[in-house]
Design a protein around this ligand. Sequence first.
Ligand code: AMP
Length: 217
Amino acid sequence: MYLILLGPPGVGKGTQGVLLADAMGWERVVTGDLLRTAKDEGTPLGNQAQQYMTAGDLVPDHLIIKMVEEKLNTLSPGTSVIFDGFPRTEGQASAFNMMLRALGRTIDAVVVLDADDEVLTARISGRRSCRSCGSVYNTVLAPPKQEGVCDNDGTPLFHRADDQADTVQNRLNIYRRETEPLISYYEGTKAAVHRVPSHAGPDEVQAEVRAALGLDE
Ligand code: AMP
């Protein structure tokens, strides 16, 4: 299974991706996490990406495509993968197609999560993330058992610099302009496109994602 999780910032792609990957034993390729690691490690890619990420802008396609290509080459052939945060532009989607063709793979399904901008903004402002395992919490809606610490592995949680209010609107605008058109792009391919509203809590949304994918049958 090659699955794309598509949706605006704060909609729950990270949360749903972790739940699904843990339940199914699938891998996750999360371009935001790969970039944050590159930035923390001070690699050339991280240094190039930094200014775009801080402003909430998209990192240029050629950097993202190379990064994903390198990541795909590290996965064993039959692995099932959830792609979270990629592709985000039509340029990335068509480069992705070429990569997949070379690997003899195709996108099987696209899950589109969406919610109103007010819900997204509220989720983003309280979001706290774990660098180590990718778990995502919310100070109000889904707090960790101990404040500021990941339930899974005890790592201190962090508040993303690009989750500050002034960059959030830019990220939402960019999503609606650059990434949302990929829904109709994938509707024109053989991939099964499922739209799942993401207003409810994580477990309810996960149940709907699994039902849409036919995983509980
Ligand atoms: P995310 O964690 O998915 O919200 O990504 C955080 C930031 O990383 C985004 O605001 C972009 O600056 C950058 N980024 C992540 N994935 C991509 C992508 N596929 N294309 C361009 N920029 C990306």
